[in-house]
Design a protein around this ligand. Sequence first.
Ligand SMILES: NC(=O)c1ccc[n+]([C@@H]2O[C@H](COP(=O)([O-])OP(=O)(O)OC[C@H]3O[C@@H](n4cnc5c(N)ncnc54)[C@H](OP(=O)(O)O)[C@@H]3O)[C@@H](O)[C@H]2O)c1
Length: 277
Amino acid sequence: MVEAFAEMNIAVIGSKGMLGTDIVSIQGYTTLGLDKDSIDITDQDTFSVLDEFKPSVVINCAAYTNVDAAEKERLLCSSINSKGVENLVQYCKKKDIIFVQLSTDYIFDGEMHEYFEGYDEINPINYYGKTKAEAEKIIIDNLSKYYIVRTAWLFGKQGNNFVKTILKLCNEKEEVRVVNDQYGCPTYTKDLAEGILKLLQQPYGIYHITNEGSCTWYDFALEIKRVFKCDCSIVPCTSGDFPREAKRPKYSVLKNTKLTPMRNWKDALEAYRDEIQ
Ligand SMILES: NC(=O)c1ccc[n+]([C@@H]2O[C@H](COP(=O)([O-])OP(=O)(O)OC[C@H]3O[C@@H](n4cnc5c(N)ncnc54)[C@H](OP(=O)(O)O)[C@@H]3O)[C@@H](O)[C@H]2O)c1
């Protein structure tokens, strides 16, 4: 747990990604945003930028996040999501720096139709999930001062996400088919960013941070249609109707048992609409 919170130097790696952008935009903290041009987590020679800033906390938002492409680009995915994290872990261990790692609901198999708590057994069913699970193990085996933040189904201003995809498809088509047999927790990156910085006042460990509530992708799309006042019709389908490179867990709802709950994802979606419109 961090005591002198306001005086900490916080390095945010992956600062031009969807989540990293929102973390560095929060006022009241001394953050240094580091994008891929400033630091490549697969190359320890680029870590001198950290030596200069002397962080007391490193938040790693950098990742290979294309879940389907990961099935083919295995080496690249693993070099960033596992080996890259190992490099950061070694650095933080040597310098006694607190490490915050973003992880995912895709470390679970989602077979049981029950929500997952922090201590539940992990069993990834796609390659991306496997590399994120490996990263968790590296952290747990090597560090004591760490926060692993598992989150899910992110939407934010920066980059692509499901909300933007549905809005685009609704513009182009009269009917959009959306999978109705995968359950998860849509999460607004602005809420998550605040949650991560507040987490630094909590004991070290594994945390599940998402907006409250859960739904299927179909339910999520219906709500997007309502909130953004789209004209298209949203039609439910199954995962079988929509084959993808990577398998997805059927039920990967993350249960938060440790923190004050964040607002419901539907309220967060309205706030997101106000942010981007
Ligand atoms: N998106 C989701 O729905 C979701 C769900 C659960 C968990 N998560 C986790 O949450 C975290 C943040 O996700 P996000 O959606 O914000 O990711 P994102 O938008 O894809 O951003 C990731 C950032 O990492 C950078 N990066 C890639 N390789 C790098 C390297 N070798 N060194 C340094 N930077 C590198 C990328 O730069 P380039 O774009 O230039 O390659 C990008 O700016 C990730 O750990 C992800 O696994 C995401």
